[in-house]
Ligand binder design. Structure first.
Ligand SMILES: Nc1nc2c(c(=O)[nH]1)N[C@H]1C(S)=C(S)[C@@H](COP(=O)(O)O)O[C@H]1N2
Ligand SMILES: [Mo]
Length: 159
């Protein structure tokens, strides 16, 4: 599995493109073997955001984390400090990439997210199909739904 699944760019010492094997190869202490232990509705395995950030080296001026899904053009930009220690990147189910129905091959997950559109780090920031994480100095592009009506429209489209 050598296709790049996730690139990390921006305010980093080393921009990187990570494959499934790269994600699996991150230190064991950064791996969460079973997401259902954290949230019974979740499955698969994850790597801590922190583990990925230490690979690329976060520059001091990085203040926001951009989560980009090119697949459906969904984007969130959240304060880095709020997710730096608790953010997870779910990437595996058994021995292969996370399936699309679960938001794979790679999805972001915040264990104790706020209700949709109530805070900067809300459930909507659990971006599915993430193919690009971007470290920025200022808040970046974010097209999460702003209110209940927009949110409803988004979920209707999910089918
Ligand atoms: N790529 C992408 N990620 C997304 C969305 C989306 O439309 N596209 N919806 C978001 C919203 S609004 C919510 S509430 C959660 C829902 O995640 P779940 O379906 O896994 O519960 O995914 C978030 N991640
Ligand atoms: Mo949401």
């Amino acid at each position: 599995m050598h296709d790049a699944l996730l690139k990390i760019t921006g305010r980093a010492e080393r921009e990187m493109s990570l494959t499934f094997d790269d994600l699996s190869g991150v230190d064991a202490e950064q791996q969460i073997a079973d997401m259902s232990a954290i949230d019974p509705k979740r499955k698969g395995a994850a790597v801590r955001l922190e583990g990925l950030l230490s690979l690329v080296g976060v520059k001091v001026e990085a203040a926001y984390l951009g989560l980009h899904a090119s697949k459906d053009d969904f984007h969130a930009s959240v304060p880095l400090e709020a997710v730096r220690e608790r953010g997870l990147v779910i990437y595996r189910i058994d021995d292969g990439p996370l399936d699309e129905a679960a938001g794979g091959p790679v999805r972001f997950y915040i264990p104790d997210f706020a209700a949709c559109h109530t805070a900067e780090v809300d459930e909507c920031a659990n971006v599915k199909f993430v193919d690009w994480i971007e470290l920025t100095a200022e808040k970046g592009f974010d097209n999460r739904p702003h209110d209940g009506k927009e949110h409803e429209a988004l979920h209707e489209g999910e089918g």
